[in-house]
Design a protein around this ligand. Structure first.
Ligand code: ADP
Length: 473
């Protein structure tokens, strides 16, 4: 099957092509169209041409299109999920969940409208706030959740009357291309365009004068580049970036209950989640038992090809990340003590055994830097004030978790953490009606919720001085 670009309603071959590797084998399994600069420009122009019609449709009609798009996705759920596992590595059941949540996101935003808000209305004046679309939105997405992170931008953007140019990561372009194929059967030409690059068109897209806003998920380093490219035209940006989320386990936590949840918080999607637990701080009284429990989970986890039904943890998505993680594990061996995993699996593909590391200093590489993989450091603390200070001692500020048997204490700790979200006694939970965004260098703006929706709109204030000559509008 040929994976094509979608430009102006047509599926087209790329000026270049790209090999896509299955991380479970390390081998090329598909070829994908890859755009050049001219095709990028054509995609932006097509999105611009479709804008007047799409934005004039009104929220209700756009909602009908989005629901039809969700229906079309659900009809091809099996194919999409399988393709997502093949290109990304995640277990098939999780890939299926990602496709389903993408469709749910379309349905959610399909029913949201932002009616005008009357700010003042009296004998001398009326002031109303209305919301308009911004224009062409560039959706730039990473390789960990290629489908849901595309939908998290596309669904609110389209619902608000914008049009889209999507650019997936070059190691996971295929589900976006298949989505393009589906969108071509449902949406008017040009409303959604999908281009693929070789990691070389992001800057041009972010700087493009025809693009009004960038919805970006990726690393903090690349997010800064996006902001720089966007500055020339003062584009709006929503940046969902990296994190180094602390999981804080208070001394009153029920170890039996929390150990599996913390393991999952660290290892979901092979740890390749921006908001994964990346550093576990546990009260010294529970330190040894929690390390032992997490090591036990790590030793029992079934690591394998995401297409195998029993697989719980898939491979790391790409060779670069795999090699970076293996180097980090070697550093862990020097700085601390590995109590589970600590090696690649002896088979083809990018498999790393789930790894638990203890007895590390706070300045260890794995504690300071975002690992983005199945390697979890466990640190001991004595006092709450101390652990809050250590948890906040980072440039990141995405999320955190607190584990305790006392909600009130959990809340006290949560309020002192400098992060965009804190989960107490559960993780992860990202409801569509709740905003999600990072503090500090973990991002700008938010996705989800009404606030996330508004980020795809331009506020306009209409300020009317009443003349008394006409009836009140
Ligand atoms: P990683 O470093 O984990 O591979 P990135 O954050 O670099 O991930 O990538 C996220 C997305 O940003 C990908 O689609 C990538 O192609 C894109 N990208 C890379 N460089 C730039 C850039 N300079 N401007 C905009 N997007 C970029």
């Amino acid at each position: 099957m040929a994976y094509k670009l979608l430009i102006d309603g047509r599926l087209i071959a790329g000026a270049r092509s790209l090999h896509v590797v299955n991380p479970a084998t390390g081998k090329v399994f598909a070829t994908c169209a890859c755009a050049d600069e001219q095709q990028l420009d054509e995609a932006v122009a097509a999105a611009g041409r479709s804008l007047p019609h799409w934005s004039a449709l009104g929220a209700r009609q756009r909602g009908e299109y989005l629901n039809a798009l969700a229906d079309a996705i659900v009809r091809r759920e099996d194919e999409l999920a399988r393709l997502l596992t093949l290109e990304q590595g995640k277990p098939l059941a999780q890939a299926r969940g990602e496709i389903q949540s993408g469709a749910a996101r379309l349905r959610h935003f399909a029913q949201i409208e932002l009616p005008p808000v009357v700010l003042r209305d009296n004998e001398i004046e009326k002031i109303v706030e209305i919301r308009k679309p911004l224009g062409v939105i560039a959706a730039i997405t990473p390789w960990n959740f290629p489908f849901s992170l595309l939908m998290s931008k596309l669904a609110p953007a389209l619902a608000a009357g914008n049009t889209i140019v999507a650019k997936p990561a070059p190691t996971t372009p295929l589900t976006s291309c298949m989505f393009g194929e589906i969108a071509a059967t449902v949406l008017p030409a040009g409303v959604v365009n999908v281009i693929v690059d070789a990691n070389d068109l992001g800057a041009r897209l972010s700087a493009h004068p025809g693009v009004a806003k960038i919805g970006f998920t990726g690393s903090t380093e690349t997010g800064k580049k996006v902001m720089q490219s966007a500055a020339g035209t003062l584009k709006r940006v929503t940046l969902e970036l990296g994190g180094n989320d602390a999981a804080i386990v208070l001394e009153d936590a029920d170890l039996q209950a929390v150990a599996p949840k913390i393991f999952r918080a660290g290892m979901l999607n092979s740890g390749q989640v921006c908001l994964a637990a990346k550093r576990v701080y546990v009260h010294r009284s529970l330190y040894e038992p929690l390390c032992a429990a997490l090591a036990d989970h790590a030793n029992r986890a079934i690591v394998g090809d995401g297409l195998a039904q029993e697989t719980e943890i898939g491979p790391v998505q790409n060779r670069t990340q795999y090699e970076k993680l293996l180097a980090m594990i070697e550093q862990c061996r020097k700085e601390g003590r590995i109590v589970a995993g600590g090696h690649a699996l002896e088979r083809e593909g990018y498999f790393i055994a789930p790894t638990i590391v203890k007895d590390l200093p706070d300045n260890a590489q794995i504690v300071r830097e975002e690992q983005f993989g199945p390697v979890l450091p466990i640190l001991a603390f004595d006092e709450v004030d101390e652990v809050i200070q250590r948890a906040n001692d980072t440039l990141f500020g995405l999320g955190a978790t607190v584990w305790t048997s006392d909600d009130r204490r959990g809340l006290e700790v949560a309020e002192r953490l400098e992060t965009g979200s804190v989960w107490i006694n559960r993780h992860p939970d990202l409801p569509l009606d709740v905003p999600f965004g990072g503090a500090r260098q973990s991002g700008i703006g938010c996705e989800n919720g009404l606030d996330g929706f508004k980020e795809f709109t331009q506020r306009q204030i209409v300020n009317i001085a009443r003349t008394g000559l006409h009836p009140r509008p």
